[in-house]
Ligand binder design. Structure first.
Ligand SMILES: O=C(O)CCC(=O)C(=O)O
Length: 276
């Protein structure tokens, strides 16, 4: 999977790139089949909404299920990331599904990822890439991500730590900073069916509103960071920023190859093997 020159230009200009139809219906179904077991677990990797017991984010998925261990090595992530970052070794910094449940899924405030990576984890430079796959249709009603195109261009915007608004503490961008950025770059809201992918950079300002619709909105997210830019403080738990800096080795076969066609139950039994 190679990005065209035009796609690379779009990524560098806007800070975000949408890749329609990158993953197939069968692949999304395979991911879907694993989520009920993972979301049912009572564990620190599953963050719940502030106002309900519903899981907001399930983290550390590649250490909890073999299929996700394969997914983070998929060439459709690794190759575009190397095109953008150069041919560098990368580690899986964070692997999660953000699930915005129908009617109850809460907002993500305006933020960019590097603020957390830098302040909490001591990551030196804003090089990490966030790669998303839509697991449900994302539409204007179910809490889609909203980006400010070009907000990455003048370097990291000022931020402050918000520990109040949601259950997930976040370094957020204040409205008096967001206003002028939107005036300059407008707003961009990628929408599309399951299987749509996004790539965005570490200083790209984004957020998402609550899901007031009857439709869930689940998104898989993989953050890849160059090994040379790894975290320097080990303040957050491993599942929020993984300490395994061994480079990702690209998957040499199709994602749905054996043994990932096995049932989720047999994968669950095998998932101990995926723990490092
Ligand atoms: O899932 C969302 O709506 C927000 C996710 C997000 O902001 C992120 O992955 O950095």
């Amino acid at each position: 999977m190679t990005l065209t020159e035009e796609q690379l230009d779009t990524f560098h200009r806007d800070g975000v790139l949408m890749l329609p139809g990158l993953f197939s219906g069968d692949e999304i179904a395979a991911i879907d089949a694993r989520l009920p077991r993972l979301f049912a677990e009572r564990c620190p990797e599953n963050f719940r909404e502030k106002s309900s017991d519903v899981v907001r984010t399930a983290m550390g998925l590649h250490l909890r299920d073999d299929f996700f261990a394969r997914l983070v090595r998929d060439l459709r992530f690794v190759e575009p990331a190397k095109q953008i970052l150069g041919d560098v070794d990368m580690y899986a910094q964070q692997v999660k599904v953000n699930a915005k449940q129908a009617f109850t899924g809460e907002q993500w405030q305006w933020h960019y990822d590097f603020a957390t990576h830098h302040h909490e984890d001591g990551v030196p430079l804003p090089l990490a890439l966030n790669l998303h796959i839509f697991l449900d249709e994302v539409n204007e009603f179910n809490g889609p991500l909203v980006f400010i195109p070009g907000s990455h261009r003048n370097g990291p915007a000022p931020t402050s730590l918000d520990t109040v608004t949601t259950s997930y503490p976040l370094w957020t961008v204040a409205t008096d900073v967001v206003g002028p950025l939107v005036e300059r770059g407008g707003l961009y809201c990628p929408k599309g069916p399951p299987g749509t992918a996004l790539i965005f950079g570490d200083t790209m300002v984004h957020g998402s509103p609550a899901n007031m619709s009857p439709w869930p909105r689940r998104i898989f997210s993989l953050i890849l960071n160059p090994v040379s830019n790894h975290q320097t403080t080990m303040q957050r738990p491993d599942h929020q920023h993984h300490r395994e800096f061994t480079p990702i080795t690209p998957l040499g076969e199709p994602l749905l190859d054996e043994p990932s066609r096995q049932s989720p139950n047999s994968l669950a039994r095998a998932s101990g093997m995926a723990r490092q």
